[in-house]
Design a protein around this ligand. Structure first.
Ligand code: ATP
Length: 235
């Protein structure tokens, strides 16, 4: 479904991604793990078209070249992005935030169906739909950012560090939601520093080290690999 081949990204003279390749097949949950500054966020930004990639890079969704597609069109092709740090609109209500996620949709029926989908996965957002987003807890804001991305009923969801800044209990809750989304048939590419949780929920995973993929395989294999255990699982 999603194919990345020889992806190179430069920030001026900094070569942030050095020819990475990865695939995500329909229905899979694939995790991309790595330390601070490895290039995880850059990878997601390059896929969503938020930053340009170098000539010769391949980023394709169901065979369509995303590098030639404007970011708003990428959303209508079925790809949605939950950004690092959530970025909810603090002075807007929960429901207004969700409606912002559907800004590319004109059809009221589609918007209503998006809201229904989000409220089914996140009953807590339904309870709080008139509350200002800035007054939600960190975990609830992560639910809202995820819900906002679900409004267009995407085929594939890119999630950037959903566990960031959350207590261990909330991290568990967010990962349980990610598993439910995966089981409901949504394809997910998950970027995480929390390698333990990311490997526990994924089908497959890639390890990113200073802009290069250093290892890949089934999540189970990687979780048992000595190098991964030492470097990322605190073993
Ligand atoms: P983190 O988990 O800390 O967000 P990451 O794996 O997501 O890390 P990136 O944010 O993708 O890493 O950063 C990859 C590299 O690119 C880092 O060396 C970073 O300093 C650099 N970088 C990221 N954004 C920019 C930018 N706008 N300008 C210059 N360098 C950047």
């Amino acid at each position: 479904m999603l194919e990345i081949k020889d992806l190179n990204v430069f920030y001026g003279a900094i070569h942030a991604l050095k020819g990475i390749s990865l695939t995500v097949e329909e229905g899979e949950l694939v995790s991309l793990i790595g330390a601070n500054g490895a290039g995880k966020t850059t990878t997601l930004h390059a896929i969503s078209g938020l930053i340009p990639s170098a000539p010769g890079s391949v980023v394709s969704l169901d065979g369509a070249d995303l590098r030639k597609t404007p970011a708003n069109k990428i959303i209508s092709m079925g790809l949605a992005h939950v950004p690092e740090g959530r970025h909810v609109f603090a002075r807007m209500t929960v429901e207004e935030n969700l409606r912002m996620g559907a800004y590319i949709l004109r059809d009221q029926k589609q918007i209503a169906s998006g809201l229904e989908l989000v409220y089914t996965h996140f009953p807590r957002l339904k309870e709080r739909r008139r509350q200002l987003a800035g007054t939600l807890s960190g975990g609830e804001q992560q639910m809202l950012a995820t819900g906002r991305a679900l409004m267009t009923e995407p085929k594939i969801l890119l999630m950037d560090e959903p566990s960031m800044g959350l207590s261990p209990l909330l991290v568990k809750e967010i990962f349980a939601i990610i598993e439910t989304l995966h089981k409901s048939g949504i394809t997910i590419l998950l970027v995480e520093q929390n390698a333990k949780m990311a490997l526990a929920v994924a089908d497959r995973a890639y390890v990113l080290e200073t802009g290069k993929i250093s290892m890949s395989g089934s999540a189970k294999e990687l979780a048992e690999d000595d190098r991964v255990r030492k470097a990322y699982l605190g073993a």
